[in-house]
Design a protein around this ligand. Sequence first.
Ligand code: SAM
Length: 273
Amino acid sequence: MKKKQKQWTKSVASQWGLFLPPARPSLSELVIFQKYLLELKSKEKNLKTAILGSTPEFRDLCQTNNAEYRCIDYNRQNFDALKQYLLHKDADKNLIVSDWRKMEFEEKFDLFIGDLVTTVMPVSEHEKIFRNINSHSEENARVILKIPLRRNNEQQTHKKIFQHYRRNLSYMNPFAAVWHEVLLADYDFNEDTMRCQTSLKKLKESFDKGVITKYEFVEFKKRWDALGEFKMNIPLRKEYFRKLSRYFIIEKVTSGTDSYKKWAPMLVLRVKL
Ligand SMILES: C[S@@+](CC[C@H](N)C(=O)[O-])C[C@H]1O[C@@H](n2cnc3c(N)ncnc32)[C@H](O)[C@@H]1O
């Protein structure tokens, strides 16, 4: 079988501290994840939660709420490197080493949680991940995904994006404030992906022309440098929902209270068995 490509390296994991929501869960999103975790735990005291990846915020969330959990991560080194961001250290038993595209293990779960999970996997593989989650679900399991989606193929120029930033969101870090718009500014709609290095090149051109400031440029540059050849996708909402609905009932579309909430909803799904 062809070896699956892995872009999430230990070097990315060890620089997790650089990232800001929406590229990691925000406090207001964690409140919602916690609400569902506690609600489900009150009905099923042996609730088993699967974290898709090794997101430190989710590991701490499960530990502080005394919820049993496993991280499903294809890279043990990332699980270990991300421990430095935990308030409560966890153990090897909290990890299942497996690719979301394979999930060749027996265990089933009552709840799956994930932040930007399919965002870091090619769109052509999304359905495989949905199918695998579905087949590792207990009856009535819930899946909560925070997921950046686009409504159409409109692209804005850096000029317009950063004018909006300066007028409306300058109290925030630019990376956090206009992440979504910058990702779409040079999106490859044919491949349905953005490439961090293309984005960096275009931001440099805008900086050299005086369209964006040094601060705006550097805040993106340091994170795109950390990610290297990383690709991310922001799929069309309609198409994403269509694929999801083969495996899940979409119970609720909600969000945190962050400025980007309309771009990155939290989807509460019930598994169709
Ligand atoms: C913090 S998590 C979840 C995604 C994250 N929010 C992001 O922005 O990339 C990242 C973890 O997911 C793991 N990961 C990425 N792709 C994976 C895959 N296809 N299967 C299993 N684990 C994967 C990485 O090894 C990393 O430790």
